[in-house]
Design a binder for this molecule. Structure first.
Ligand SMILES: *[C@@H]1O[C@H](CO)[C@@H](O)[C@H](O)[C@H]1NC(C)=O
Ligand SMILES: *[C@@H]1O[C@H](CO)[C@@H](O)[C@H](O)[C@H]1NC(C)=O
Ligand SMILES: *[C@@H]1O[C@H](CO)[C@@H](O)[C@H](O)[C@H]1NC(C)=O
Ligand SMILES: *[C@@H]1O[C@H](CO)[C@@H](O)[C@H](O)[C@H]1NC(C)=O
Length: 368
C-alpha cells in the first residue's frame, strides 16, 4: 500500500466515526424530544436558552417515583400548584399519573406544556364514573357533592399497573420537602399502605380536636350497626387522614384491597354504615375498616393538615408552616379561594392558567 492509500483509508475511517458520533447524538436528541409529553411539541428543550438547567432537568434519572393525583376541572389550578411544588423541591425522577375526566384532558395538557412545567413527566388516565355504579346510594345527602374522582385512590393498582410502590396526594396540598423522603416511608411487612394518624403526637391531636374534627373511628362509623359491630373494632381507635397515602401495590393486590373497599362502599349504600355526623370525606370510612390496625404511619410533618378549616391561621405559627414538609388545606377554605389561611404559601407554587379559565380569588385593592 502506498502512503497515499493509507491516508485515504484513515480519512474514510475518521469520516465514518464522525458520522456515527453525529448520528448517535442526533438519536439521543430525538429520544429526549420524544420522551416528553405529546403536546409539548411547541417548546423544544434547546429553545429554553434562558434557563440552562431546564435542559438538564428534562433527563432526571434514577428510580421512578410514582405519584398519583386527581384533576377536577373546577380546581385544576390546585393540581398544577401541587405538582409544581413536588417537582421543584426534589431532584428525584418523579412521574405523575393524573386521573381525570375526558373533558379536562385538553385544558390540563395545555397548562402543563405551555408553562415552565413542560419538563414534568406525566401521564393522564381517564376516570370512568361507571366504576362506581351500584356502590353509592344516589339519595344520600352526603354524596351530593362528592366528586367521583375522589374514589380514584381506591384503585391505585389499576392506574399504576407497573409500580410496586406509589404515593397518592390530594390536590389541595403543597409539598415543601423532598418527595423522595416521603416515598421512602417504611411500610411494615404485610402492610399495603401508610397514612398519617389523627393522634400521632400530642400536638397533632390537640390541633385536630381544636379544629372540630373527629380523631377516632366513632367519628366516622356508626357503631350501632351490626355490620360494624361484628368487626370488633374499638370505637376509640385513632382515625387517619387519607389525603396522603404511601402504598405497597404488591400487598394491595395480594390482599384485594380494592375489592374490600368496594364491598364496604356497596354495603354502606344499602345499610348506611357511616357516622351521621360525618364531617370529613366519605372516602375515609371504608379505608378505616379495611386498614384497621393494618397500616404504617407517615411522619406527622409530612402531612400537616386542616389548613382549610376556620382558625388554622391561629393554630399554626408561620414558623411551623414553614417547617412542614407537606401542607394540606382539607376543610372548607381552599387556598385559591378568598378567605383561606396561608394562601400566600400556596401562591408561590401556583402557575397562571395559560387559557385564563382558572383564577384564584384574591382581594382586589378596592376590597378594603
Ligand atoms: C446516547 O445514548 C446512548 C444509549 O442510550 C448512550 O450510551 C450514549 O452515551 C448517549 N450519548 C450521549 C452523547 O448522550
Ligand atoms: C373524549 O374527548 C374527545 C375530544 O375532546 C372526544 O373525541 C372523545 O370521543 C371523548 N371520549 C369519550 C370516551 O367521551
Ligand atoms: C411490598 O410488599 C411485598 C410483599 O410483602 C414485599 O415483598 C416488597 O418488598 C414490598 N415492597 C416495598 C417497596 O416495600
Ligand atoms: C383475592 O381475590 C381472589 C379472587 O377473587 C381470591 O381468589 C383470593 O383468595 C383473594 N385473596 C384474599 C387474600 O382475600
Amino acid at each position: 500500500m502506498t502512503l497515499r492509500k493509507v491516508n485515504v483509508v484513515i480519512i474514510l475511517l475518521l469520516a465514518v466515526a464522525f458520522l456515527i458520533i453525529v448520528q448517535r447524538n442526533l438519536l439521543n436528541l430525538s429520544d429526549i424530544l420524544h420522551m416528553e409529553n405529546p403536546v409539548a411539541g411547541k417548546s423544544l428543550p434547546f429553545e429554553s436558552e434562558l434557563s440552562p438547567d431546564l435542559g438538564l432537568e428534562s433527563v432526571r434519572k434514577g428510580e421512578e417515583i410514582s405519584v398519583l393525583i386527581t384533576a377536577v376541572e373546577e380546581r385544576l389550578g390546585a393540581v398544577v400548584a401541587a405538582m409544581n411544588s413536588v417537582y421543584q423541591n426534589s431532584k428525584a425522577n418523579v412521574v405523575f399519573t393524573i386521573v381525570t375526566l375526558n373533558d379536562t384532558v385538553e385544558h390540563l395538557n395545555v397548562w402543563l406544556s405551555k408553562t415552565q412545567l413542560n419538563n414534568i413527566k406525566y401521564n393522564i388516565v381517564i376516570f370512568k364514573p361507571e366504576l362506581l355504579s351500584g356502590k353509592m346510594s344516589k339519595d344520600s345527602p352526603m354524596l351530593q357533592d362528592a366528586q367521583p374522582l375522589t374514589f380514584a385512590r381506591f384503585y391505585l393498582p389499576v392506574y399504576l399497573p407497573k409500580a410496586e410502590k406509589a404515593i397518592y396526594l390530594d390536590d389541595d396540598v403543597i409539598v415543601q420537602g423532598n418527595i423522595q423522603e416521603l416515598y421512602e416511608t417504611n411500610l411494615k411487612p404485610g402492610h399495603a399502605a401508610a397514612f398519617s394518624d389523627d393522634c400521632d403526637s400530642a400536638s397533632v391531636k390537640g390541633i385536630i380536636r381544636g379544629a372540630g374534627n373527629p380523631n377516632n373511628y366513632l367519628g366516622f362509623l356508626d357503631f350501632k350497626k351490626d355490620a360494624i359491630k361484628q368487626l370488633g373494632m374499638k370505637a376509640n381507635t385513632c382515625s387517619f387522614n387519607p389525603g396522603v397515602i404511601i402504598a405497597n401495590l404488591t400487598e394491595w393486590r395480594n390482599q384485594n384491597i380494592t375489592l374490600q373497599l368496594e364491598h364496604w362502599m356497596e354495603l354502606n349504600s344499602r345499610e348506611d354504615l357511616y357516622s351521621k355526623t360525618l364531617a370529613e370525606s366519605i372516602i375515609t370510612p371504608p379505608l378505616l375498616i379495611v386498614f384497621y390496625k393494618r397500616h404504617s404511619a407517615i411522619d406527622p410533618m409530612w402531612h400537616v393538615r386542616h389548613l382549610g378549616t376556620t382558625g388554622a391561621g391561629k393554630r399554626y405559627s408561620p414558623q411551623f408552616v414553614k417547617a412542614a414538609k407537606l401542607l394540606h388545606w382539607n376543610g372548607h377554605y381552599k387556598p385559591w379561594g378568598r378567605t383561606s389561611s396561608f394562601s400566600n404559601v400556596w401562591d408561590k407554587w401556583f402557575i397562571a392558567d395559560p387559557v385564563g379559565k382558572f383564577n384564584p380569588v384574591r382581594k382586589s385593592p378596592g376590597d378594603h
